[in-house]
Design a protein around this ligand. Structure first.
Ligand SMILES: [Zn+2]
Length: 58
């Protein structure tokens, strides 16, 4: 079970259409023991226009 520590994501900024690079930290993943699979959010800011983006990942 060796996954890469960090997943790089490239998201399109809805405001300026630029590409926003975001690194997602290694999350706990989907835990079957937990009651609900919570979606984790992470905020990042577009470097071009400063638009705030929220990323959600498992
Ligand atoms: Zn932007």
């Amino acid at each position: 079970m060796s996954k890469s520590n960090r997943a790089a994501m490239h998201v399109g900024c809805p405001a300026c259409g630029g590409i926003v690079n975001a690194s997602v930290p290694p999350g706990p993943g989907i835990d079957e023991e937990s009651d609900s699979n919570r979606l984790q959010g992470r905020e990042t800011v577009c470097r071009d226009c400063g638009h705030e983006l929220e990323l959600y990942y498992y």
